[in-house]
Design a protein around this ligand. Structure first.
Ligand code: PGA
Length: 268
């Protein structure tokens, strides 16, 4: 039984003061929602402030990116060693990183390995672009991205702390985010997303094994809102959502998390 998972990716939004205000507006309500893992991913500069606010709550913290080296002369970069003081998760391979900052499959792979080696859990993003989708290349692109990002990873990962399990399926989450659905208001349909997620699960099964693939959580992301979360959460294949724009509105994010938890509890 996979525990549902909803993460909010705030992207390059909120000052530290705004981040604190947003957390204050939703933390109590989020904290009380059971049966779903909840993660907030604010910008780097707000991580410490937000981590202090989340302390003692059931809400976890994630970063939006990191570099793959642990320290050194890499001006402007943030390392896994720095993040693991405050974060449990880190979003890696987001399509905006691939598109605006030239992240290749190889870079994403190095980041995934570095995160796991440093006790951070990657939320690995994959997804096809509009022209790839229209050219019928979704399967090919997803296959390539997942295989490349997970090259040399698992099924057992290095574990530094005693409590940490070594099963990669418990230390990694994949988010399927079709690029054409991100920030466009044009979400994929539940069936479309579920079909691609099934494909991702089969790629993972080939890389590791079937059990591991069944344990791994795979989310949908791209224009998820309070109004359409039911369409995704009601698909047994889809384990939750990575939410961008709607995660910046307290009411709406709480409603997304609540609906996801309720629907998943109902369909078992
Ligand atoms: P969106 O972004 O919900 O604003 O479409 C999702 C994401 O990029 O993670």
């Amino acid at each position: 039984m996979r525990i549902p998972f909803v993460a909010g990716n705030w992207k390059m939004n909120t000052t530290v003061a705004e981040a604190e205000k947003l957390v204050l507006e939703m933390l109590d309500r989020l904290d009380r929602i059971e049966g779903v893992e909840k993660v907030l991913c604010p910008p780097f500069v707000s991580l410490v402030a937000v981590s202090m606010m989340l302390r003692g709550s059931s809400v976890n913290l994630g970063a939006q990116n990191m570099y793959f080296m642990t320290e050194g002369a890499y001006t402007g970069e943030i390392s896994p060693l720095m993040l693991r003081e405050s974060c449990e998760f880190v979003i890696l391979g987001h399509s905006e990183r691939r598109r605006h900052f030239g992240e290749t499959d190889e870079i994403v792979n190095r980041k995934v390995k570095a995160a796991l080696a440093n006790n951070l859990k990657p939320i690995l993003c994959v997804g096809e672009r509009l022209e790839e989708n229209e050219a019928g290349k979704t399967e090919e692109v997803i296959n390539r991205q997942v295989t490349a990002a997970l090259d040399g990873v698992g099924p057992v990962v290095p574990s530094r702390s005693r409590e940490q399990t070594e099963r990669v399926s418990e230390n990694l989450v994949i988010a399927y985010e079709p690029v054409w659905a991100i920030g466009t208001g044009k979400a994929a349909s539940g069936e479309q997303a579920a079909a691609t997620i099934e494909l991702i699960r089969s790629v993972v099964a080939k890389l590791w094994d079937g059990n591991m693939a069944q344990e791994l959580r795979i989310l949908y992301g791209g224009s998820v809102t309070g109004a359409n979360i039911a369409e995704f959460a009601s698909q047994p294949e889809i384990d939750g959502a990575l939410v961008g724009g709607a995660s910046l509105k307290a009411e709406e994010f709480v409603s997304i998390v609540k609906h996801a938890a309720e629907i998943k509890a109902r369909i078992g």
